[in-house]
Design a protein around this ligand. Structure first.
Ligand SMILES: Cc1ncc(COP(=O)(O)O)c(C=O)c1O
Length: 446
């Protein structure tokens, strides 16, 4: 044995060195760790015994709130009953039940579901389906993939290639070839402090025509965008922008993929952003809220046109050479089914439409506080953009994050933007608490 035999679990967990933490300033964290030990409804419990209000639904995923008994029970029962079943050439009933329920929640023709284990895997799956679809239709030259500047589509090679956040791309070599990006929709000069969707900027979508003219539509398979670009700091699409993207994609036989890993499952006050914006893409990627973060799981929705294009080969052949050991994992399926029950019983997929105005008013009350250069919101999502400290980008927002945590509030920061996305069960008094705390934090930081 390489490890000392007498180490207790407490000694192991006090040794912070071995865990290489994801998307974390490891050395900073390990000097002053922020440990969470329990969670219930809207709150985390920290290791030092404080109740921390969850202003971010974990990582935009715990839509139903923490420790919901129905989900906990379903997961525990499933582990005991059927812990694992192979998804290749085998099935189990809950996988089919879940796919059918999900398909029924989406507008037609998005009626087929491919299961993954994360948002990144959903994105890579959708990109691969898009490429294989055009090949199946005899259009194999359509191999280019388009994304958008500042987009976040996870961390797989497909996702960072179509993604548009330079820090996530620059150290990872050539990534996928044949990828290009359309312009982002951030425009502080015209749209700062807009409540909801900006009036200005539908024609940002025309940048897609420019990129198509450069590469030619005969070479382009798909465009992927987040309906609301969240991880980059909440960029709300201007009115009419997404419809225009849809029209241009239709004109050129380019598949449109909506990455709804964050906007899916009630975040905007409708089940999906597809409903909110009344724009129907060809593929939709989801994860996070699908299981309310309890068990990792993702799902890609495909339109019937796409699914049918694969169903022409002889019947005993595999139509799509793609899948994961844990696709449609029974425990994840049980978690997702119970989560959908909780959403339905409590009306959570539409609840945000009732509290969005209160949220917007609270958020925008921070206008005028030190360093605040923009505030953005849609549904139960909010962002406060801060003026960066000259020569020290990200430092100001990170200070705000630390101060908020000391003040019992969890927020997220990206660049110099504070992002908010609490569980959908939040009460008005807790919305007040978030903005009171942030108001005090913004007055305290340099
Ligand atoms: C829009 C979007 N796509 C993909 C992902 C990646 O999801 P995961 O971290 O589960 O791989 C995220 C995560 O935040 C996301 O916001």
């Amino acid at each position: 044995m390489r490890t000392p035999e007498k180490m207790t679990s407490a000694q192991y967990s006090n040794n912070l060195e071995a865990f290489w933490m994801p998307f974390t300033a490891n050395r900073q964290f390990k000097q002053n760790p922020r440990m969470l030990v329990a969670a219930k409804d809207m709150h985390y419990t920290s290791a030092d015994g404080r109740q921390i209000l969850d202003g971010t639904a974990g990582l935009w995923c715990v839509n139903a709130g923490h420790g919901r008994p129905k989900i906990v029970e379903a997961v525990s029962k499933q582990v005991a009953e059927l812990d694992y079943a192979p998804a290749f050439q085998m099935g189990h009933p809950k996988a089919f039940e879940l796919a059918a329920r999900l398909a029924a929640m989406m507008p037609k023709p998005l009626d087929h579901v491919f299961f993954t284990n994360s948002g990144s895997e959903s994105v890579d799956t959708a990109l691969k389906i898009a490429l294989a679809y055009h090949r199946a239709k005899g259009n194999g030259t359509k191999y280019r993939l388009l994304g958008r500047e500042r987009g976040y589509h996870g961390v797989g090679f497909g996702g960072i290639s179509v993604g548009g956040i330079s820090g996530n791309r620059k150290t990872f070599g050539t990534m996928l070839t044949g990828v290009d990006h359309i312009r982002h929709t951030h425009d502080l000069a015209h749209n700062a402090f807009t409540r909801g969707q900006p009036e200005y900027g539908a024609d940002f979508a025309d940048d897609l025509e420019k990129v198509i003219a450069l590469h030619d539509a005969s070479n382009i398979a798909a465009l992927i965008v987040e309906p609301v670009a969240c991880s980059t700091g909440v960029l709300v699409p201007p009115k009419g922008y997404l419809k225009r993207l849809r029209e241009i994609c239709d004109k050129h036989d380019i598949l449109l993929i909506f990455d709804e890993v964050i906007t899916g499952f009630g975040r905007l006050g409708t089940p999906f952003a597809v409903d909110y914006f009344d724009v129907i893409p060809d593929l939709v990627t989801t994860a996070k809220g699908l299981t309310s973060g309890v068990v990792p799981m993702g799902a890609v929705f495909a339109s019937s046109k796409i699914y049918e294009a694969f169903m022409n080969a002889p019947e005993n052949t595999i139509e799509l050479f793609h899948g994961y050991t844990y696709s449609a994992h029974p425990v994840a399926c049980a978690a997702a089914l119970a989560t959908l029950d909780v959403y339905a019983e409590e009306g959570l997929l539409t609840r945000v439409s009732e509290i969005a105005q209160y949220w917007e008013d609270g958020l925008h009350s921070l206008k005028g506080l030190p360093h605040v250069i923009d505030i953005r919101n849609l549904g139960l999502i909010g962002a406060i953009e801060l003026e960066p400290i000259p020569g020290a980008p990200t430092k100001r927002a990170f200070q705000a994050f630390l101060k908020a945590y000391e003040s019992n509030l969890m927020v997220r920061t990206t660049g110099d933007i504070i992002a908010l996305s609490p569980p959908l069960i939040i009460e008005k008094s807790q919305i007040d608490e978030i903005f009171d705390t942030l108001s005090s934090v913004l007055k305290q930081i340099d």
